[in-house]
Write a protein that binds this ligand. Structure first.
Ligand code: FAD
Ligand code: UDP
Length: 368
């Protein structure tokens, strides 16, 4: 029988940050149990058979406005100075995205000033008494032309349902800018871990008070471990044996292709709203600055996650009225489990960026 202070379920960025803080700052012994055969959860990266660093679960760019988060992680890694840019492939052209003055110029092939953009939006945007869904969120800010060219089909592919059937927060993430700033993220701290995410995580876990088991479901070992508390970063509905039914997730099938040429795309990510059945393509070398005669691209094909199973891995919580209502029932149950903290994107059924996962752990930790 093993004895530890805390059992952590899941070795994604949430579980790993919790382990690191508990061991280093709270002097606790920790066992992390991860059912995949690797650490890092969805942020895992590795070298493929051609020796190119890829992100196995889609492109991950670190960005944050929280200095404490940046400083915490910076103890374990240096950063590559990468600033993320995305283009949308629309009307046969690579167009600046998110929407900014350059987008209008490239789309309509004439010059625009800030005032021209404001006048365009004033004419096109739809006045709505209430923003009820992800379509309303776009058309009320940008109008139907922009919605149809950049958002409508991408959202349908990504989520498998119409934007009308999704919560407004889904498209609220995408800003509109009245200048020419076409960085995808405007956070003051952004970059890529110098040696990759997996190396960063290994450094965080490198502590005598932390033990890690991979390739095991925590249910298979929890009776062989004495512990005081659990930090649970798996799906909250699974913890309660799907008592109120499955929470819906969208998955992505990631298809990787290596080309015998140094570079293939003009930038790291190209969104394809209207062509192809994939949503976007990533060329990792633009983010990792790796020098290599070949290059690997990743194509993302969204698909349904089979309820309660991990094939493909659940990527995005599908937020709509019924799923939010169901989640609230699980939340009530989780409040009654005094010896367990539910945290992370699956534990909280939220779309969380990496930095917010770290921030939640830093702010909640934990069991003083
Ligand atoms: P996870 O990474 O899912 O980790 C939870 C772990 O728990 C998993 O490894 C799972 O196997 C394990 N687990 C579950 N159940 C059990 C069990 N019963 N027993 C043992 N282990 C279990 N964020 C950004 O900040 N920037 C980006 O550019 C970005 N890009 C993204 C791109 C895509 C395609 C997606 C889907 C997300 C992206 N994100 C990005 C979000 C980022 O992936 C999440 O913030 C992060 O992965 C969440 O970490 P987590 O530890 O909470 O969850
Ligand atoms: N979106 C879109 N077209 C795009 C990019 C995004 O319609 O070219 C919508 C889509 O609904 C998507 C949401 O905006 O799910 C959030 O986009 P983001 O790029 O933040 O998604 P993520 O990187 O999390 O997949």
């Amino acid at each position: 029988m093993k004895t530890v202070d805390i059992l952590i379920v899941g070795a994604g960025i949430t579980g790993i940050t919790a382990a690191s803080i508990l061991a280093r700052e709270k002097n606790k012994t920790v066992l992390i149990v991860e059912k995949r055969h690797h650490i890092g959860g969805n942020c895992y990266d590795c070298f493929n058979e051609d020796g190119i660093l890829i992100h196995l679960y889609g492109p991950h760019i670190f960005h944050t406005q929280h200095k404490d988060v940046w400083d915490y992680l910076s103890q374990f890694t240096d950063w590559l100075d990468y600033v993320h840019h995305v283009k949308a492939f629309v009307d046969g052209k690579y167009i600046s995205f998110p929407i900014n003055i350059n987008t209008f110029e490239q789309l309509f092939e004439k010059s625009f000033t800030k005032d021209d953009v404001l006048a365009y939006l004033e004419r096109e945007k739809i006045d709505l008494p209430e923003i009820k869904n992800a379509e309303d969120m776009v058309i009320s800010r940008m109008g139907n032309t922009i919605y149809n060219k950049f958002f409508k089909n991408y959202t349908r592919k990504q989520w498998g349902v119409d934007a009308k059937d999704l919560a407004p927060e889904i498209t609220e993430r995408i800003p509109i800018r009245f200048d020419r700033d076409d960085r995808f993220f405007t956070d003051p701290y952004q970059g890529m871990p110098e040696k990759g995410y997996t190396e960063l995580f290994k450094a965080m876990l490198d502590h005598e008070k932390i033990q890690v088991i991979t390739g095991k479901d925590y249910r298979d070992i929890k009776d062989q471990v004495n512990f005081d508390k659990i930090i649970y970063t798996g799906p909250v509905d699974a913890f309660f044996d799907y008592k109120y039914g499955y929470l819906p997730y969208r998955g992505i099938n990631f298809s990787f292709k290596t080309y015998d040429q140094e570079n293939r795309l003009p930038m790291a990510v190209v969104n394809c709203p209207n062509d192809h059945s994939y949503t976007r393509i990533t060329e990792f070398k633009h983010m990792t600055f790796q020098k290599h005669p070949k290059t690997t691209l990743c194509y993302e094909y969204p698909s349904d996650v089979q309820a309660g199973r991990n094939n493909p891995v659940p990527s995005y919580p599908i937020l709509n009225n019924s799923s939010i209502k169901k989640y609230k029932k699980y939340l009530n149950l989780s409040h009654k489990k005094k010896d367990t903290i539910f945290i992370g994107r699956l534990g909280k059924f939220q779309y969380l960026n990496m930095d917010i996962c770290v921030k939640h752990v830093m702010d909640r930790l934990i069991f003083d």
